[in-house]
Design a protein around this ligand. Structure first.
Ligand code: SF4
Length: 195
C-alpha cells in the first residue's frame, strides 16, 4: 500500500524549503471540496483552479456548481484564476457505457476519475509545474485509484498525490462551507449517482 498522504507531505516540505511557489493546476469538482484543498495548497503553490466536470449531466446543476466555485474564489481567493473546461457530457456517457448500474466507487467512477484527470494533465502540460485534484477529499471517492491514475499520466507537470480527507480534511470542508454559506450538493454528479 502506498501512503499517498506521506508522499504529499514530503513534497510540501520540499517545496516550502525551496520557497518558490511553483505553479499548480488544481482540478476542482465543486466549491465545498475546493475549500480544504486550497487552504492546504495556496501557501505553498501558485494555484489555478480548473473546473472540468462533464460528469455533472444535469446542465442546471453544472451551472450552479460552477457559479458557486466562481463566487467562492472571487470572495475568498480573488488572486486565484478559474478556468472552465468544456461541458462535454457526451464524453462522460461514452466512458459510462454499459457501466450505468455500477455502484459509486465502481468501474464507472474509475473511468470518470480518469476522464477528468487526463484533461487536467493535458492542460497542465508545459504550462504548470504540478497538477492535482480536489476529488480525494470525499470519503465516497477511491483516493488510491485517483492517485494511481494521476501518477500514471504522461505530462511535463508532476502529479501531486493527495488525500485531502486526512487530518479531518472533510470535516474542515464542512466548517468552511458553512462559514462561506456554500451550496453542498447531496449527490456526486452524474444522473446514475442520484439513485
Ligand atoms: S458517481 Fe460520481 S465519480 Fe462516479 S461516475 Fe458518477 S459523477 Fe463520476
Amino acid at each position: 500500500m502506498i501512503n499517498y498522504f506521506q508522499k504529499f507531505n514530503e513534497i510540501i516540505k520540499k517545496e516550502k524549503e525551496e520557497g518558490k511557489k511553483k505553479k499548480l493546476l488544481l482540478h476542482a469538482c465543486c466549491a465545498p471540496c475546493s475549500t480544504t484543498a486550497i487552504e492546504r495548497l495556496s501557501d505553498v503553490f501558485s494555484v489555478t483552479v480548473f473546473f472540468y466536470n462533464p460528469n455533472i449531466t444535469d446542465e442546471k446543476e453544472y451551472d450552479y456548481r460552477l457559479k458557486e466555485i466562481s463566487s467562492f474564489l472571487e470572495k475568498v481567493y480573488p488572486e486565484i484564476p478559474l478556468f472552465e473546461g468544456e461541458f462535454e457530457t457526451d464524453k462522460f456517457y461514452q466512458i459510462s457505457k454499459d457501466l450505468e448500474s455500477e455502484p459509486e466507487r465502481g468501474k464507472r467512477c474509475y473511468n470518470c476519475y480518469k476522464l477528468r484527470l487526463e484533461k487536467t494533465a493535458n492542460l497542465a502540460d508545459k504550462k504548470f509545474d504540478y497538477f492535482a485534484t480536489t476529488l480525494t477529499l470525499s470519503p465516497h471517492k477511491n483516493s488510491d485509484w485517483l492517485n494511481e491514475i494521476g501518477e500514471s499520466l504522461k505530462t511535463s507537470a508532476i502529479y501531486l498525490p493527495t488525500d485531502f480527507k486526512k487530518q479531518d480534511g472533510y470535516k474542515r470542508s464542512i466548517e468552511l462551507s458553512n462559514k462561506y454559506g456554500l451550496y453542498r450538493q447531496n449527490y456526486c454528479g452524474c444522473e446514475f449517482s442520484k439513485r
